[in-house]
Design a protein around this ligand. Structure first.
Ligand SMILES: NC(=O)c1ccc[n+]([C@@H]2O[C@H](COP(=O)([O-])OP(=O)(O)OC[C@H]3O[C@@H](n4cnc5c(N)ncnc54)[C@H](O)[C@@H]3O)[C@@H](O)[C@H]2O)c1
Ligand SMILES: [Zn+2]
Ligand SMILES: [Zn+2]
Length: 393
């Protein structure tokens, strides 16, 4: 089959690789019809490169049609339409029972000291072949795939794999309440969707900051109050001005470690490009190689006694955090990979013709799988208005 594979920094290709096969009795093979490109995929071709191997199949936002089921699969049949969550979670362990699917005890990567495996991600997360491919092997066929109805185009459901639960969790962890205020940093797919969900759940003030004109325009069109700057001083002054001098109740960081395209964020990427992988691997897991621009802005912008919700991915173990400032401001902080299944029952009822979250028109680019390298580049460079790219094998 054809698949998007990792070849190095800024180097993804489409290769022919072996077709996936059923290995365990509860495996299913899904023929992929749509597969998103995520901001997290960009980390893999930048700072997370030391944790990748040439030929790794990328992609963790797939959906498609079940083509084969193992002998132990009772809940799905050939022909069913499914979305595949990006966490590989068993659905039956203690963590999954708590709704902490990203910490699944069946797929936790204990040797690496990391949480549940992820599709198409680094060796820290199991190095499992991903879904930017024609076919995908999906384990836990009775509990993991999300069965969705026939009829609407893939766009209606594909974001259940990642964007929707990630943004939903970001808003829940931010503790957004009806009538409350929230600032979203970053208007990539995750931040953009978080603004929509915050508004849908009744926040009376949804503020957002980014610098990419098309991304700002999209949010503005949805009634979000946007600032065209990510400089800490600008953001802090702006939100104070909008919130009686206090700052918003919550800040969602939908940027993460690299802040792609932000001028202050080039160091980690450059460092990781110049330093040999073996050393960089140590730097990333032991020392801190992050840029924390967005997180620092969040700490300054949030009101005293407010909450910060991190969905942007951070790496590095010893980044200095301004603990005195955080303690004095009494900041609450929640973070982590999205627990996809935890939020599916809340989100599914919103994926209707009325389309309150605007998923049907969320994608800016739909391209054949063969054009993945160009699509990655367009998304990374934020050219051509690219916010969400769907690959169509
Ligand atoms: N927690 C999870 O489960 C989960 C799931 C998906 C994605 N993510 C992470 O969420 C983050 C966002 O993902 P995405 O797909 O939207 O990525 P993206 O790279 O498309 O979007 C990031 C946006 O942040 C903006 N930005 C950069 N620096 C900024 C700053 N200092 N202040 C405000 N905005 C700034 C950029 O211009 C860009 O528009 C990434 O770190 C990604 O890895 C986490
Ligand atoms: Zn993703
Ligand atoms: Zn589990």
């Amino acid at each position: 089959m054809r698949a998007v594979t990792w070849h190095g920094r800024d180097d993804v290709r489409v290769d022919t690789v072996p077709d996936p096969e059923i290995k365990d009795p509860t495996d299913v093979i899904v023929q992929i019809t749509s597969s998103g490109v995520c901001g997290s995929d960009l980390h893999l071709i930048e700072v997370m490169a030391p944790f990748m191997t040439i030929g790794d199949v990328l992609g963790h936002e797939p959906m498609g049609v079940v083509r084969e089921v193992g002998p132990g699969v009772t809940e799905l049949k050939v022909g069913d339409r499914v979305v595949v969550p990006f966490n590989i979670s068993c659905g039956t362990c203690w963590m999954c029972d708590q709704g902490l699917q990203s910490q699944c005890e069946t797929t936790q990567n204990r040797e690496q000291g990391f949480g549940a495996s992820l599709f198409g991600y680094t060796k820290l997360y199991g190095q499992v072949p991903g879904g930017q491919a024609e076919y995908l092997r999906v384990p836990f066929g009775n509990t993991l795939p999300i069965k969705v109805p026939e009829g609407p185009a893939d766009d209606r459901f594909v974001y259940l794999s990642d964007v929707l639960p990630t943004a939903w969790q970001a808003v829940q962890y931010a503790g957004v309440v009806p009538g409350g205020s929230v600032l979203v940093l970053g208007l990539g797919p995750i931040g953009d969707m978080a603004t929509r969900i915050a508004k849908h759940l009744g926040a009376s003030q949804v503020l957002a900051a980014d610098t990419v004109p098309e991304r700002l325009a999209r949010a503005r069109a949805n009634g979000i109050d946007v600032l065209d700057s990510t400089e800490q001083a600008d953001v802090v002054a702006w939100v104070r001005d909008k919130t009686d001098g206090r700052g918003p109740d919550a800040v969602i960081d939908a940027v993460g470690m690299e802040a792609h395209g932000s001028p202050g964020a080039k160091f980690a990427q450059k460092a990781s490009a110049l330093v040999p992988d073996a050393i960089m691997e140590k730097v990333m897991t032991v020392a801190g190689a992050d840029r924390m621009a967005a997180l620092n802005t969040a700490i300054e912008a949030v009101r005293r006694g407010g909450t910060i919700s991190l969905s942007g991915v951070y790496g590095g173990a010893t980044d200095p955090m301004p603990l005195m400032r955080m303690f004095d401001k009494q900041i609450e902080m929640r973070m982590g990979q999205a627990n996809v299944w935890r939020w599916v029952p809340d989100i599914l009822p919103l994926l209707t013709d009325a389309d309150p979250l605007g998923v049907d028109s969320f994608a800016t680019h739909r391209v054949p799988l063969e054009q993945a390298p160009q699509a990655y580049e367009t998304f990374r460079q934020k050219q051509d208005g690219a916010v969400k790219v769907l690959l169509q094998p």
